[in-house]
Design a protein around this ligand. Structure first.
Ligand SMILES: CCCCCCCCCCCCCCCC(=O)SCCNC(=O)CCNC(=O)[C@H](O)C(C)(C)COP(=O)(O)OP(=O)(O)OC[C@H]1O[C@@H](n2cnc3c(N)ncnc32)[C@H](O)[C@@H]1OP(=O)(O)O
Length: 867
C-alpha cells in the first residue's frame, strides 16, 4: 500500500532530487552558499536545531535558551524532513522570536510512533536516507521541489469512485413524496377549513418541494475536493504541527470500503470544531477513499462558502426540522412540515442507495462545554428506514472522535456567559480562516471507534425493545404494503421522518435512540486525551491555587497511569510518560493556553477570571468524562466519610461503608448529572458506570472491596484521591445548588415567568454572585450548566412548561389577551411581540421536590478534610 503512495509514481521524474542537485550543485560551487541561502529562506525549528539524530531529536522546551532560536519564514516543508538538519545549522539560524514561532516539532517524538501517521505529510517526504547530506546548501531548492511534489501528490490522489449525480426528478416523483404531498394537502384542508383542493395547491406543493431540494442538495465535485485538499494541506501545515491518525485504523477502513462497495459507510463523529468535517473528508480523500456527503446546518449556507461546501459534499438541513412549529414541545401533526421531511428522507435514501458514504453529527452541533452532548436521532431514523425499505443492504457505522490540543474555532465562553451565538456570515468565515492561518494550534488526533454493522445491531437489539427482528428488519419482509403504512401512524416499523411522531412509535424510537447512544459512547470511549486536556484538568481541580512544577508532573504521572489502567484504557495522544517528557508537555500545553495557565519560576498558576475558568473547564472535558463515574462515587463516598467521622467523633485508620448506601447515593447524583454526561444516558446505564468506577477505585488502591461493603483506609493518598476526584464535578454541584436556590426565590415570588426570562434571570443572578466572590467554582456560572439543570427539573416534575399563545389579532389590549399567562419579568422580550412564549412554573408538588433536591446537593458541597 505504501509503495503505491510514494510521490515518485508521479509523472515528475525530471524534478527528482538528484537532477536538481546535479544542476544546482554546479551553480553552488561557483556562487557559494550565501547566494542560495538568501534566495531560499528555509524553515528550521528550534527543536530540530539541537538534533543530531533524526530518530531522537533533542528538543528544547519553551523558556529555555534554545527556544529563542526560532524559525525563518515558513516554506511548508513537512516537519519530518527537519529531523535531518545537521547540528551546525544552530548557529547560523538564530532568528528573532516571532508570533509565527512554532513548537511544531517540539513533541514530534511523542507522536511519530510507527502506529501513527501524520496526514499532513506525504509518505514520500525527504528522509535522511534518501538525501545526500553533502549537498546541504541545496536544501532550500530541494525543499521547493519536494513541496511541489507534495502538492501534486495531493492534487493527483487516485479517486476510486465516480460520484453519481443525484436525480432531483426521481426524488420529487418518488412514492414517499407522493405521500408527503397528500399529507400536506390534508393539513391544508384542516387548517384552512377547505372542502376541495385545487390543482393549484398540488403544483404549489411541487414547487415548494423543488425549492427545498435545491436548497438542500449537494453536488460533489472531485475537482473541488482535489483543490480543497491542497489548500487544506497548505493552511494546516502552517497552523498545526500534525494531524495524526492510526495506521491500522485507516487500513481497516480502507479494506472495509473495498470489501463492501455496495454498503455505505456512515461516519458519526463527535462534533468539537468546524475542522472535524474538513479533516475527515481530507483524510478520506488522501487515503483514496470515498468522500462522504455531510449534513450541514443551513446556517452554514452562506454566500460563496455555501456553494463551496455543496461541491465538497455538504448538504444543508434545517436545524429545527419543522420551522413552522412554534416549540419543540408540541408535536401535533398539524405543525409538521411533511414536504420538508419527505425531501430530506428521500434525498438521504437516494444518496445512500447510490453508495455515497454519509456523515452527520449526532450531537446536532458543536459541544459548548467540551463534553459529549445527548443525541438527536432524526437522521439516524432515516438511515434505519433506508435499511428497512431495502434501499441499502446494510450500513457500516463508524464512530469518530477528534482531539484538538487547542480549538481552532476560538472558544464558546461568550455564549456560556449569555451572549447570542454569532451568526455565520461571509465575513465571519473569512475572519476564521485568517485566524487559523495566523496562529498555532498544536496537533489534532483522529480516532476511529469500533465500527459495526447496522443490520447486526438492529437484529441483536430488537427484542430488547419488544420488536420482532424478523418482521422489522429482515429486508425481504418489506413490501409495498408496508410502504402504505409508512404514513399511517400505526406500524412500529416506520421510524422515519415522515412516519408517525416518534413519541408514538415507542419501541422503534427507543431502539433508534439506543443506537445513537451506543455510537456516542463508543466515539467518546475512543476519544484520545491530550496533554493540554490533562494539564487543564489538574489545574482546574487539584491545583487551582497554583503549584510547583514537580508536584504537577507527579500528579500528571498518576493521572496518566489511572487513565491508561486496564479498567479505563483511555488513549493518550503521547506515549512517553517519563518525567522529562511530561515536563516538556506541560510547558508546551502552557504555550498553547497562555491566557489560561502560566508558568514562571518553576510554578504553574491559573487565571482566575470567570471566562478563563469556563474555558479551562472546556479543555478538561475529555478527562472529566473519562473519570465521571469515579468522581460521582468519590463525592458520595466523601459525604459518607464525613458523616461517619462526625458520628464516631474519632480518627480511625480505616472505615467500612455499606456499598448499597454508596451506590444509591451515586445513582441519585448520576441521575441529576445525566444531561452533563453521556455516560449516564440512558438512565439504566448509570449502574454499570458506577460499578465500573468501583472497580477502578479498587484497582487504584483507593479502597478495598468487602462482601457488601467497601473498606476505605484513611491514609493521605486515599483521602487526597477522593478529594481530587470530587473536585472535577464540584463546579456542577455548586452551579446546580445555586440555581435551585435562585429558582425557589424567583418562582416563589412570581408564579409565572416566560422561560427565556427565567433563564436570563438565573444566569445574571449567578454571574453577579460570582462577581461578589460568592462562588468557590466561578465556572459554575455557565449557560449550559443552567440549561441542563432546568431540563433535569422539568424531567423530575419540579418545573413545568406551558405554552402561552398571544392572540394579538384581536382589539383587546395585550395584557388582557395574555390573561394569567403574563410574564412578570421587567425586560421580557416577548412582552410586546406576537411571539408565542413558553411559561415556566412550579408544578404541583414541585416546591417540595425542589427543597429535597437543594438539600441533597448541599450535602456534597462540604469539603473533605485531608489529613
Ligand atoms: C478536502 C477537504 C475539504 C473538505 C471540506 C468538507 C466540507 C463538507 C461539508 C460541510 C459540512 C458542514 C457540517 C457542519 C456540521 C453541522 O452543521 S451539525 C448540525 C446539523 N446536523 C445535525 O443536526 C444532524 C443531527 N440532527 C438530527 O438528526 C435532528 O434530528 C434533525 C434531523 C436535524 C431534526 O432535529 P429537530 O427538529 O430538533 O427534531 P427531532 O426532535 O430530532 O426529531 C425530528 C424527527 O426525527 C425523527 N426522530 C427523532 N428522534 C427519533 C427517534 N428516536 N426515533 C425515530 N425517529 C426519530 C422523528 O420523525 C421526529 O419527528 P417527530 O416525531 O418529533 O414529529
Amino acid at each position: 500500500m505504501m509503495e503505491e503512495d510514494e510521490p515518485s509514481s508521479l509523472p515528475l521524474g525530471w524534478l527528482s532530487d538528484y537532477f536538481w542537485i546535479f544542476v544546482l550543485g554546479t551553480i553552488a560551487r561557483v556562487r557559494g552558499y550565501a547566494f542560495l541561502q538568501n534566495m531560499f529562506p528555509r524553515q528550521i525549528y528550534a527543536g530540530s536545531l539541537l538534533s543530531d539524530s533524526p530518530r531522537h531529536p533533542k528538543l528544547c522546551p519553551p523558556g529555555t535558551n534554545a527556544s529563542k532560536v526560532k524559525l525563518s519564514p515558513v516554506l511548508g516543508v513537512p516537519s519530518n524532513s527537519l529531523y535531518a538538519q545537521p547540528v551546525n545549522f544552530k548557529k547560523r539560524h538564530e532568528a528573532p522570536t516571532s508570533s509565527k514561532t512554532k513548537l511544531n516539532s517540539l513533541f514530534i517524538d511523542n507522536y511519530a510512533s510507527n502506529d501513527l501517521v501524520n496526514i499532513l505529510a506525504s509518505p514520500g517526504c525527504v528522509s535522511e536516507s534518501s538525501f545526500p547530506w553533502s549537498y546541504i546548501p541545496l536544501t532550500p531548492l530541494h525543499a521547493i521541489t519536494s513541496w511541489l511534489k507534495h502538492m501534486l501528490w495531493i492534487l493527483l490522489r487516485p479517486v476510486p469512485w465516480h460520484y453519481p449525480v443525484q436525480s432531483h426528478k426521481d426524488i420529487l416523483d418518488s412514492e414517499t413524496m407522493r405521500i408527503a404531498y397528500g399529507k400536506a394537502t390534508q393539513q391544508k384542508i384542516v387548517s384552512d377549513e377547505l372542502t376541495v383542493v385545487s390543482k393549484y395547491d398540488h403544483s404549489m406543493h411541487l414547487r415548494e418541494a423543488k425549492d427545498i431540494l435545491l436548497q438542500m442538495a449537494s453536488s460533489t465535485s472531485v475537482f473541488l475536493i482535489r483543490v480543497a485538499a491542497v489548500v487544506v494541506n497548505k493552511i494546516f501545515r502552517h497552523s498545526l504541527s500534525g494531524i495524526y491518525a492510526r495506521r491500522c485504523q485507516l487500513s481497516e477502513l480502507q479494506c472495509l470500503e473495498e470489501a463492501n462497495p455496495d454498503t455505505p459507510i456512515v461516519y458519526l463523529p463527535l462534533h468539537r470544531s468546524h475542522l472535524d468535517y474538513i479533516l475527515l473528508t481530507y483524510l478520506l480523500y488522501i487515503r483514496g477513499m470515498r468522500a462522504p456527503q455531510v449534513a450541514a446546518g443551513d446556517n452554514l449556507n452562506i454566500p460563496v462558502f455555501g456553494r463551496l461546501l455543496r461541491g465538497l459534499g455538504g448538504f444543508f438541513i434545517r436545524r429545527k426540522i419543522d420551522q413552522r412549529r412554534s416549540s419543540a414541545e408540541s408535536s401535533s401533526s398539524d405543525e409538521r412540515d411533511f414536504i420538508y421531511r419527505g425531501i430530506l428522507q428521500e434525498f438521504i435514501c437516494e444518496s445512500l442507495s447510490q453508495g455515497y458514504p454519509l456523515e452527520f453529527y449526532l450531537e446536532g452541533g458543536r459541544s459548548r462545554n467540551g463534553r459529549t452532548l445527548p443525541a438527536k436521532a432524526g437522521l439516524l431514523s432515516v438511515l434505519i428506514h433506508a435499511y428497512q425499505r431495502g434501499l441499502i443492504p446494510d450500513a457500516i457505522i463508524v464512530p469518530v472522535a477528534f482531539t484538538y490540543d487547542r480549538l481552532i474555532d476560538g472558544n464558546f465562553v461568550a455564549e456560556q456567559c449569555g451572549s447570542q451565538k454569532t451568526k455565520e456570515s461571509f465575513g465571519h468565515a473569512l475572519r476564521s480562516i485568517w485566524r487559523t492561518v495566523t496562529a498555532h494550534f498544536g496537533t489534532v488526533r483522529i480516532e476511529f471507534g469500533q465500527h459495526f454493522n447496522l443490520k447486526c445491531f438492529l437484529l441483536s437489539n430488537a427484542e430488547k425493545f419488544g420488536l420482532d427482528p424478523a418482521k422489522e428488519f429482515i429486508r425481504d419482509g418489506y413490501t409495498a404494503q408496508n410502504e402504505g403504512t409508512l404514513t399511517s401512524c400505526a406500524s412500529s416499523s416506520t421510524a422515519s421522518l415522515l412516519s408517525a411522531s416518534h413519541t408514538d412509535v415507542n419501541s422503534m424510537s427507543r431502539l433508534t435512540l439506543d443506537l445513537a447512544f451506543v455510537v456516542l459512547r463508543e466515539a467518546n470511549r475512543s476519544l484520545a486525551v491530550s496533554a493540554p486536556n490533562l494539564l487543564s484538568f489538574l489545574m482546574a481541580t487539584k491545583f487551582r491555587h497554583g503549584c510547583e512544577e514537580s508536584d504537577l508532573i507527579g500528579a500528571m504521572r498518576v493521572l496518566c497511569a489511572q487513565l491508561t489502567s486496564p479498567c479505563k484504557r483511555k488513549t493518550l495522544t503521547f506515549d512517553d510518560v517519563h518525567v522529562e517528557n511530561l515536563r516538556q508537555l506541560c510547558r508546551y500545553s502552557t504555550s498553547l493556553l497562555p491566557h489560561l495557565i502560566s508558568y514562571s519560576n518553576g510554578r504553574y498558576s491559573v487565571s482566575t477570571s470567570v471566562e478563563s475558568l469556563i474555558e479551562l473547564n472546556y479543555s478538561c472535558g475529555p478527562v472529566m468524562e473519562a473519570l465521571v463515574g469515579e468522581s460521582v462515587l468519590a463525592a458520595v463516598l466523601s459525604e459518607e466519610l464525613r458523616k461517619m467521622s462526625v458520628v464516631s467523633g474519632e480518627e480511625m485508620d480505616s472505615i467500612e461503608v455499606c456499598w448499597e448506601t454508596v451506590e444509591k447515593g451515586a445513582l441519585a447524583l448520576a441521575t441529576i448529572l445525566q444531561n452533563e454526561f453521556i455516560q449516564f444516558q440512558p438512565a439504566d446505564e448509570c449502574k454499570s458506570v458506577i460499578e465500573e468506577a468501583k472497580r477502578s477505585l479498587i484497582e487504584w488502591d483507593i479502597m478495598e472491596s468487602r462482601d457488601h461493603s467497601i473498606l476505605y483506609r484513611r491514609d493521605r493518598y486515599s483521602l487526597q484521591s477522593i478529594s481530587d476526584l470530587k473536585a472535577s464535578i464540584a463546579p456542577l454541584i455548586e452551579g446546580y445548588s445555586a440555581i435551585a436556590n435562585d429558582l425557589a426565590h424567583i418562582l416563589g415570588s412570581s408564579h409565572n415567568i416566560c422561560d427565556r426570562c427565567l433563564q436570563r434571570e438565573l444566569l445574571t443572578g449567578m454571574q453577579s454572585k460570582a462577581k461578589m466572590d460568592r462562588f468557590e467554582y466561578p465556572e459554575a456560572c455557565a449557560k449550559d450548566t443552567m440549561l441542563n439543570f432546568l431540563k433535569v427539573l422539568r424531567k423530575s416534575g419540579v418545573l413545568e412548561l406551558k405554552k402561552a399563545v398571544r392572540d394579538l389579532g384581536s382589539q383587546r389590549p395585550e395584557r388582557e389577551s395574555l390573561d394569567e399567562q403574563t410574564c412578570h419579568a421587567e425586560r421580557c422580550p416577548a412582552k410586546n411581540s406576537k411571539t408565542p412564549v413558553q411559561m415556566s412554573q412550579i408544578a404541583a408538588g414541585g416546591m417540595e421536590k425542589l427543597t429535597d433536591l437543594r438539600m441533597f446537593l448541599e450535602t456534597f458541597k462540604s469539603p473533605l478534610i485531608v489529613i
